[in-house]
Design a protein around this ligand. Structure first.
Ligand SMILES: C[S@@+](CC[C@H](N)C(=O)[O-])C[C@H]1O[C@@H](n2cnc3c(N)ncnc32)[C@H](O)[C@@H]1O
Length: 260
């Protein structure tokens, strides 16, 4: 049985039960197998629209924000980077600019449609999932994952993998959108995400399913495990110096260092 951990952040997690990032969402899928099929389909179908919609919704601030977050997390020239959930390459593009010609970047994603959209030179692309990374032990200086935490099937397994592939002292950055701390903030964001965003998505999309992706996007944000649970899971996986930096009340940057 797959048991969501989102309602009991203080409960001691059992090592053999997958740690879901949010409770199941029956409006979109039934069981975890269907969830994985749903994710593959929705990201494959909407990959061609992803960058355009992201640009409109973030008012063009996405690249600068991602680069600043990578810098804050300590990404430096010459680093060997793994970008998990690379999608169309929005985090990877900024990471490449920071690591320069002496660095190397591997991008991992389960969606063939998303991987097809990556138009970056010198990146090694691998089909794969955070929970079972196709990467050797202790080889990466830096691992990033942008806005994919909510789509994992097992947070604990993914963080164990991140710890496995990073060298001792290697750095981690997990970007995620989190619910605002206040009820009123959540209500306002919910209103925006449920009314304005679907209209924008409908106007800017070429794919029929794109507005659904952005509805699903909000529902996963609202249902997601709280930051304290993410931090506890990172510590349990063996990371040290685990921190959360928040921009504009909703953009969470989890950073950590792999234990030597
Ligand atoms: C919202 S996109 C984010 C793309 C990009 N990182 C960005 O910053 O915009 C989420 C990506 O996570 C991928 N994904 C879904 N489940 C995953 C998993 N279990 N492991 C790794 N990536 C996953 C999806 O295929 C999708 O490309």
């Amino acid at each position: 049985m797959i048991r969501p951990m989102h309602d009991s952040p203080d409960a001691a997690p059992s090592a053999c039960v997958p740690q879901l990032p949010h409770a199941p969402l029956p409006a979109y899928y039934g069981d975890e197998e269907e969830h994985q099929r749903y994710l593959r389909r929705i990201f494959d179908d909407t990959a061609g629209d992803y960058d355009r919609i992201e640009r409109v919704l973030a008012l063009g601030s996405g690249p600068a924000y991602r680069r600043a977050a990578l810098r804050r997390a300590g990404l430096a020239a010459g680093a060997q980077v793994i970008d998990v959930g690379i999608g169309t390459g929005l985090v990877a593009r900024e990471a490449l600019a920071l690591i320069g010609p002496g660095g190397r970047l591997t991008g991992v994603d389960p969606s063939a449609g998303m991987l097809k959209q990556v138009a970056l030179q010198g990146v090694q692309l691998c089909a794969g999932r955070a929970e079972a990374l196709p990467c050797a032990d202790g080889t990466a200086d830096f691992l990033s994952m942008g806005y994919a935490l909510r789509h994992l099937s097992d947070v604990r397994a993914a963080f164990a993998e991140f710890h496995r592939v990073l060298r001792p002292g290697g750095r981690l950055l997990v970007l995620e959108i989190t619910r605002p701390a206040s009820r009123i903030g959540t209500a306002l964001l919910r209103g925006y995400m449920r009314t304005v965003v679907p209209v924008i998505a409908r106007l800017a999309a070429k794919q029929r399913t794109t507005p659904e992706l952005w509805r699903f996007y909000w529902d996963t944000i609202e249902a997601c495990i709280p930051p304290a649970t993410v931090i506890a899971a990172l510590e349990a996986a063996g990371f040290t110096q685990v921190q959360r930096h928040v921009e504009l009340g909703i953009f969470s940057e989890y950073t950590a260092v792999s234990r030597s």
